[in-house]
Ligand binder design. Structure first.
Ligand code: ADP
Ligand code: DP6
Ligand code: CO
Length: 356
């Protein structure tokens, strides 16, 4: 008998950023956050978990290379929690069920996009880990329960277990049971919303999100202002903008929050620089595009946001996708022919063979 399951989980890109923990072992945040989960067809982690009585320890391979599963580490916590649920919800109820919670697991995961480069690989990675174990163990758990476990792997991962527009409510209990993901609206609520991923640099970042945010909590006075006086109102305002499909408000809040997150990184001692000159040039191009849009229509048409890395995500509505890609490719000529998954540009593609 082979006990194995494979599942995928997509990345999510935050509009209101999570940056700071009040409890580093349970991964409880200093503020609520809100993101958009991208669809499975693009940036995703695919994870296979296998349980077998012959395995002597829990092991994990990421993109083909073994990562040590440290006792008491995040990976080990997630695996342990999932085994506990298997025992409680399946084996204790049905003594004939295979005792998978007593077997070690081997896990293999692949990301189809750059790992640890500020494109939320820890989010899709831990969401895929938890959902593949949930499938392996046949757990009858709603996504909210799984989000409590994924959160203990990487905070942002709790939001990738739900689709569409997702909030991570910070919660107030010290056991973390009220710190989980909640869907604000499904993807079908706003199907014209698109996210353009602009890869500026696919290298692993110098400061991981985990160590960066801890340094911010310890040293940044601006973070205290942000969590007390800025984020709570933004969570209310952006949720309203999403429910009303008010792109102008959604975009203005998203850009302001990305900028404040990077200001907080800069306010950290020693300062953390996640964006580079190309990132800042993308901000300038989108700001200029929006200035013209506001002059003619009174509303902005695009929102940039940057996670903990130099890569940009641009949110826009479907009608502007082609125009924005053309603009980005014009200002930032591509080394390779622009891949055209939606057939927007015909046989010629865009930006072939030009170097910046
Ligand atoms: P990112 O901006 O990509 O989320 P982080 O610094 O937050 O970068 O996290 C990167 C770490 O997340 C990796 O070093 C690895 O430990 C973990 N990770 C990434 N992808 C996966 C995956 N598919 N499965 C398990 N863990 C993963
Ligand atoms: C800038 O979730 O990667 O992407 O909980 O320490 O694993 P850990 O950090 P992580 O931090 C994400 C930070 C962010 C903002 C966000 O996704 O909300
Ligand atoms: Co991450």
């Amino acid at each position: 008998m082979v006990f194995q399951a494979t599942t995928s989980a997509p990345v999510n890109i935050a509009c209101i950023k999570y940056w700071g923990k009040r409890d580093t072992s349970l991964i409880l945040p200093t503020n609520s956050s809100l993101s958009v989960t991208l669809d499975q067809d693009h940036l995703r982690s695919t994870t296979t978990s296998r349980a077998d009585p012959s395995f002597t320890s829990d092991r994990l391979w990421l993109n083909g290379k073994e990562e040590i599963v440290k006792d008491g580490g995040r990976m080990s916590t997630c695996i342990k929690e999932m085994k506990r649920l298997r025992k409680e919800l399946v084996e204790d109820k049905d003594p004939k069920a295979p005792q998978l919670s007593t077997f070690s697991v081997h896990i293999a995961s692949y990301n189809n996009f750059p790992t640890a480069a500020g494109l939320a690989s820890s989010a899709s990675g831990f969401a895929a880990l938890v959902s593949s174990l949930a499938a392996l163990y046949a757990l009858p758990c709603p996504p909210t329960t799984l989000s409590l476990i994924a959160r203990q792997g990487s905070g942002s991962a709790c939001r990738s277990l739900l689709g569409g527009f997702v909030a991570w409510e910070q919660g107030s209990q010290s056991n973390g049971l009220d710190s989980h993901a909640v869907q604000v609206a499904p993807e079908s609520h706003w199907p014209t919303m698109h996210a353009l991923i602009c890869v500026v640099n696919d290298a692993k970042k110098g400061t991981s999100s985990t160590s960066g945010m801890q340094r911010t909590v310890e040293t940044s006075p601006l973070l205290q202002h942000r969590i007390k006086h800025v984020v709570p109102q933004r969570m209310i305002d952006i949720s309203k903008a999403i429910l009303e499909k008010d792109f102008d408000s959604f975009a203005r809040i998203t850009m302001a929050d990305s900028n404040q997150f990077h200001a907080v990184a800069l306010d950290t001692s020693p300062p953390i620089f996640y964006m580079n000159d190309v990132s800042r040039a993308i901000i300038a191009v989108v700001e200029e595009y929006n200035r013209v849009a506001v002059e003619t229509t009174g509303k902005v048409k695009a929102a940039y946001t940057f996670d903990a890395g130099p890569n940009a995500v641009i949110y826009t509505e479907e009608a502007n996708v082609k125009e924005i890609i053309e603009m980005i490719v014009k200002f930032f000529p591509q080394q390779e022919k622009f891949k055209d998954p939606f057939g927007l540009f015909g046989a010629q593609g865009l930006g072939e063979g030009k170097l910046p």
